[in-house]
Design a protein around this ligand. Structure first.
Ligand code: NAD
Length: 350
């Protein structure tokens, strides 16, 4: 069986990618490597844990000896790398943690992969999952394309940009076959409620204030997580070596409009009066270095690989809200303890 390593598979996007690969490709042995940080949760992939072609490995990608020995033992022919510190706000308070996992951790994987395969790259692939935030910010017009120069503004995006560059450099310098994708903001089931959509769903359910940064005019391009997982599947199998593909749904929303939409959907679902949830909106001090607008031009993956989102934003959001309403135990379990401490520190001074 071909062994494929997926890193970060207990996290939000990784769990959808692992589930997709385990269920669609019985001919692969899928190894899910995850350190189970605050963002990783085995409940996210509980439904597939008994599958014959699935193995969970608890481990830290910053631990070079551990990563080297894992690759030496299993000789993974493919790597799909998602493990990362992924939250911009946390990168502002602790940038070094982002360098360790996102840069050093990626380097450890690249070096271990290279050590095993550098004399025979044929049929091997290192797939790096990255973000549109590496491109910096857009003004009112234009879209990020694959040739937009990198201009990261947050410690998170700087660390992702750095890892992207190393992946590319290993392709150029050592001939390592790689594919890189830069995707817009994801949303969907199992999204950790520190990010905008699940945070607001959780706060609306609990009738807590909805903290909106600045004037709420920041614009993001949203994609349903299962569509991202499908794009990763396609680019992993059909993408051209040494190519980058941008992934996005041509779906831009100003934060405040999105928040009002969520308020209205949840007014209806929770049996509250229309307009009631909007009263929870509270403007808070802005995030430093906040990028005004991200928007992806996904034409290349659309035309060259034939990928398109399978759901509209309205459909995806409805599925997401329903999932959170039907999985309140999951939501409660991830918002207790350490989450509350983080939440209080994050929003108490704003
Ligand atoms: P997440 O924070 O939900 O999950 C990250 C996972 O990585 C967790 O399971 C965590 O335990 C694991 N992890 C963290 N540090 C680790 C380490 N040192 N060793 C091993 N495992 C470790 O993140 P996500 O939102 O699912 O994002 C996954 C990837 O996709 C990241 O690389 C991120 O940069 C990228 N991405 C995310 C988005 C988005 O909207 N969330 C958009 C584009 C790209």
């Amino acid at each position: 069986m071909k062994k494929i390593l997926i890193t970060g598979g207990a996290g939000f996007i990784g769990s959808h990618v692992v589930r997709r690969f385990v269920t669609r490709y019985p001919e692969y042995a899928i190894y899910n490597l995850d350190a189970l940080t605050y963002a990783g949760n085995l409940e996210n992939i509980k439904d597939i844990e008994d599958n014959k072609n699935y193995v969970f490995v608890k481990g830290d990608i910053t631990d070079k000896e551990f990563v080297d020995s894992l690759f030496y033992e299993h000789k993974f022919e493919g790597v799909i790398h998602l493990a990362a510190e992924s939250h911009v706000d946390r990168s502002i308070t602790d940038p070094l943690a982002f360098v360790k996992t996102n840069v050093i951790g990626t380097m450890n994987l690249l070096n271990a992969f290279k050590a095993v395969w550098q004399d025979n790259w044929e049929g091997k692939r290192f797939y790096h999952v990255s973000t549109d935030e590496v491109y910096g910010t857009l003004g009112a017009e234009g879209l990020f394309t694959e040739t937009t120069p990198y201009s990261p503004n947050s410690p998170y995006s700087a660390s992702k940009a750095s890892s992207d560059h190393f992946v590319r450099a290993y392709g150029e310098t050592y001939g390592m076959p790689y594919v890189l994708t830069n995707c817009s903001n994801n949303y969907g089931p199992y999204h950790f409620p520190e990010k905008l959509i699940p945070l607001f769903i959780n706060n609306i359910i609990e009738k807590k204030p909805l903290p909106v940064y600045g004037d709420g005019k920041y614009t993001r391009d949203w994609l349903f997580v299962k569509d991202h997982a499908a794009a990763i599947d396609l680019a992993y199998h059909k993408g051209v070596n040494h190519e980058t593909y941008n992934i996005g749904g041509f779906n831009e929303w100003q934060n405040i409009d999105l928040i009002k939409l969520l308020c209205s959907i949840l007014d209806a679902k929770l049996g509250r009066e229309q307009g009631e949830n909007q009263k929870l909106i509270t403007y808070v001090k802005d995030r430093p270095g906040h990028d005004l607008r991200y928007a992806i031009d996904a034409s290349k993956i659309n035309t060259e690989l034939g990928w398109k989102p399978s759901v509209t934003f309205e459909e995806g959001l409805e599925q997401t809200v329903d999932w959170f309403l039907n999985n309140t135990d999951w939501l409660k379990s991830v918002t207790s303890g350490a989450y509350m401490k983080y939440y209080d520190e994050q929003y108490s001074e704003r």
